[in-house]
Structure formats: structure tokens, C-alpha cells
Ligand binder design. Structure first.
Ligand code: UGA
Length: 426
């Protein structure tokens, strides 16, 4: 394998995972970030994001001299053969992706990139961004490649080292081959294509995943009304290899830093070429409807009005295994509950910061104390093993709304509690 000199710009969960994993494959990697405090912490081996295996890889890479951190972009790229852009592309005006970070770094790189470098866009960017980056770089000798990431938060290292596929797109086949070779050791199927197609793959995949979830949430609602059980239904569906078993778990709606932003961006991309992408719009609407449905269920549980009702919330992160609150469906549900006057007490094993509209407490039992109803919104394993008799003794009401179908019916029943899941006969 060729050992390459690589720079990674941006040390969020994508950039840091990319840098640390490429170093673990033997490459020499320098990661750059404008946040000097973060850089100092990373140099000391301190990783602030919750990603299993990442702290270890950061430590090992630095100890082996293959991984270095700097806040100086010029220093980072000084002898780089390949530069990865792993910058945030948040939802901007009207739902389109905000490319200002990518564009500003591309401008800065123009003067400092060594001759013949390949620049790789790993951030999720609308179709045409690679071309735009190439124009901002304005360098004939520098090729731009799109290499979208498919990392899930909470399993990013695993997903990087054991990918289902690697997508590399460029209008320069030579540059694409060079980037694909960096991952050769992983032995994953590698799909080479043009840059626009690679950029589209990411949006098409994330929107499909969101659509799958909205679909299953809508099926869950029907199951409740026709007397079917969604777990049996998805089990029966999932054996069809064209559908697959995964990503079929109903919940309080999908969230996180990716699916909401990418679905909105896809709608804007379609509009920009005169297409009304009704299917993706319906996917987004169904997601909001799901959050409102959860609120309706809590309202019913407390006797028809939320004003003055005390609701215990279990879980705030957008999914278990992360400490990320960005676009968390739990927060969206909490906001709707608070808007109707509910008094909220919440517990999440990874969230301690104070939040508007609720009291955040340090343990599950404090969250359920005097609650008229309890709603589980994130599927943390520790919620399965709560002492339900103790919970029942602390609660004022008896209903536990389990929006992740995560809890053991019998355990709650034995404690005298009423568990309501999603997608089962009412
Ligand atoms: C998502 C994609 O899964 C990754 O492939 C992609 O690389 C990433 O976005 C990205 O664009 O960077 P992530 O946002 O980490 O990854 O989270 P997911 O595991 O996809 O979960 C998204 C949401 O769907 C969460 O709120 C989760 O609770 C919900 N979900 C997921 C369900 O409600 N049911 C399921 O069966 C699965």
C-alpha cells in the first residue's frame, strides 16, 4: 500500500473519524480546525464526541507519529498529497445547504496547496459543489473529488473501517483512482463515477432512509387503527431482501444532524431544476405529523389537556449512543408539550446541560417523580432495566408511552404500569 500524506480540514465527527481512521490504515495525517481549544484538547488525546473507538485511535495515531493536529491551515496542507474537506454544511436560508464554510476554506487553500494536490469533498454538498470548489481553487494542477461519507453517529469508526461501499466521484478519473487507493486496505466495493453522481448518491441515500422511516411510522399508525402489530409487520416485510430488516423501527420521528438537513436540501435541489419532489416533501411532513401524534398520545394519557400536567421524559438525544441534540425528535416533542402547558422533567444519560422549557435531572427516577405520564423518546439500553416497581411508586399516573417500542411489556405490567408502544392495537 502507498502511504500518503493527507490533510483533513474540520474535526467534527466526520473529519476526526476520517483523520484517525486514515492514520490507522498507515497514512500520515494532519487534521486542521479553526477551534484552537479543540485542537489543544485533541493534542492531549481528549475527544469530546461520543464515538466508540475514536479516543483510542486518536491516541494511537499520535503516539505512532502518524496523526497530528493544528489550527493552521497552511501548516496542515504544507506537504499534503490529498486534502479532505470535512466541514459543516448546515441548513441555510430556505432549507438549502449553507456552503459558506466549504467556500471560505476553498478560497484560503488556493494559494497554499502544493502542486498537484487532490482536494476531496467529504461534506454533504449539493450537486455542482465540486465544480464550484474547483472554480474557487482556480488551479489547473489541483483536481477535485467527491467522496461522500456514510457514517452513522455513534458507530462512525466501525462504519469507516467496515463500509458497505466507497463512492468516489470525479471528472478526473486519475484523481478518483488516487483517492480510491487510500481505502484499498478496507477491501470494500468501490464505485467510481463522475462528481455530480457522487454528490447525488449521498442525498438520494439519506432521503431514501428518511422515506423508509416515515413510511414505517405511517404504517405503525395504521396498525394501531386496524388492530395489527407493527413489529410483526416489519418482521414479515424485512425478510424480503429488496426491503431488508434494518431501518424499520418506528419512533418519535427521525432527527439528527443529517437526515432533516439533507431532506430539506434535496427538496431545494429539485426546485432549483424545476421539479416538485413531492415524495421527499411528504416524508418530511409525515415526520412532523409523527411528533404531533406522540403529543396527542401524551395528552390523551393525562386526561385530555396538557396544561399543568407533569410529564417525565426519558431520553433527549436524537438516538441512543450519542450526546447529540441537533434536530432531536425528543426536543421537538418536548417543545410541543411545553407549548401546551405541560411541566417537563427530563433525564438522558448523556445530557446534563440545562434546556429551555424543561428541568433536566441526573437520574431516571427523579424524572418520573410525580409524573402524570412518562414518555420514552430515546432508546437507551439502561431504560430497559429500570426498577419499574420503584417508578410506579414514584409516578402520579400509570401510563408509560414507549415511542421506541423498547421496553418489556410484562415488566411494566407486573409493576402495575400501563405501557403503550407505537403501532399496536389500541
Ligand atoms: C445518517 C445515515 O444513517 C448515515 O448513513 C449518514 O452517513 C449520516 O446520516 C450522514 O449523513 O452523515 P445518523 O444521522 O448518524 O446517520 O443517524 P441514523 O442512525 O441514520 O438515525 C437517524 C434517525 O432515524 C434517528 O433519529 C434515529 O433514531 C431514527 N431511526 C433510525 C428510527 O427512528 N428508526 C430506525 O429504525 C432507525
Amino acid at each position: 500500500m502507498f502511504v500518503r500524506r493527507i490533510a483533513v480540514v474540520g474535526t467534527g465527527y466526520v473529519g476526526l473519524t476520517t483523520g484517525a481512521c486514515l492514520a490507522s490504515l498507515g497514512h500520515r495525517v494532519v487534521c486542521a480546525d479553526v477551534d484552537v481549544v479543540k485542537v489543544a484538547r485533541l493534542r492531549a488525546g481528549q475527544v469530546d464526541i461520543l464515538e466508540p473507538g475514536l479516543t483510542e485511535l486518536v491516541g494511537e495515531g499520535q503516539a505512532a507519529g502518524r496523526l497530528r493536529f493544528t489550527h493552521d491551515l497552511t501548516d496542515a496542507v504544507a506537504d499534503a498529497e490529498v486534502v479532505f474537506l470535512c466541514l459543516p454544511t448546515p441548513m441555510g436560508a430556505g432549507g438549502a445547504a449553507d456552503l459558506s464554510a466549504v467556500e471560505s476554506v476553498a478560497r484560503d487553500l488556493r494559494r497554499v496547496l502544493p502542486y498537484g494536490t487532490v482536494v476531496v469533498c467529504k461534506s454533504t454538498v449539493p450537486v455542482g459543489t465540486s465544480q464550484r470548489v474547483a472554480a474557487l481553487l482556480g488551479r489547473e494542477d489541483v483536481a477535485v473529488v467527491s467522496n461522500p461519507e456514510f457514517l452513522r453517529e455513534g458507530s462512525a469508526v466501525r462504519d469507516f473501517l467496515h463500509p458497505d461501499r466507497i463512492v468516489v466521484g470525479s471528472d478526473s478519473p486519475q484523481a478518483a483512482e488516487r483517492v480510491a487507493a487510500l481505502f484499498a486496505k478496507l477491501g470494500a466495493p468501490t464505485v467510481l463515477m463522475d462528481a455530480a453522481s457522487a454528490e447525488m448518491v449521498k442525498y438520494a441515500a439519506n432521503c431514501f432512509l428518511a422515506m423508509k422511516l416515515s413510511y414505517v411510522n405511517a404504517v405503525a399508525e395504521l396498525c394501531e387503527l386496524v388492530g395489527a402489530d407493527v413489529s410483526s409487520v416489519t418482521d414479515g416485510m424485512g425478510y424480503d431482501r429488496r426491503i431488508g430488516q434494518s431501518f424499520l423501527q418506528p419512533g418519535p420521528g427521525w432527527g439528527g444532524s443529517c437526515l432533516p438537513k439533507d431532506t430539506h436540501a434535496m427538496v431545494r435541489i429539485a426546485e432549483s431544476v424545476g421539479v416538485d419532489f413531492a415524495l421527499v416533501k411528504a416524508t418530511i411532513d409525515t415526520n412532523h405529523r409523527q411528533q404531533r401524534r406522540v403529543v396527542d398520545k401524551v395528552r390523551d394519557a393525562v386526561g385530555g389537556t396538557l396544561a399543568g400536567a407533569r410529564v417525565g421524559i426519558l431520553g433527549l438525544a436524537f438516538k441512543a449512543g450519542t450526546n447529540d441534540l441537533r434536530d432531536s425528535p425528543a426536543l421537538a416533542v418536548a417543545e410541543l408539550l411545553a407549548f401546551e402547558g405541560a411541566e417537563l422533567v427530563a433525564y438522558d444519560p448523556e445530557i446534563r446541560e440545562p434546556l429551555v422549557g424543561m428541568t433536566v435531572v441526573d437520574d431516571a427516577y427523579s424524572a418520573v417523580r410525580d409524573a402524570d405520564a412518562v414518555v420514552l423518546l430515546t432508546e437507551w439500553p439502561e431504560f430497559r432495566t429500570l426498577d419499574w416497581a420503584r417508578v410506579a411508586g414514584l409516578m402520579n399516573g400509570v401510563l408509560v408511552l414507549d415511542t421506541r417500542n423498547h421496553l418489556d411489556d410484562d415488566a411494566l405490567h407486573r409493576a402495575g404500569l400501563l405501557r403503550e408502544g407505537l403501532g399496536r392495537r389500541l
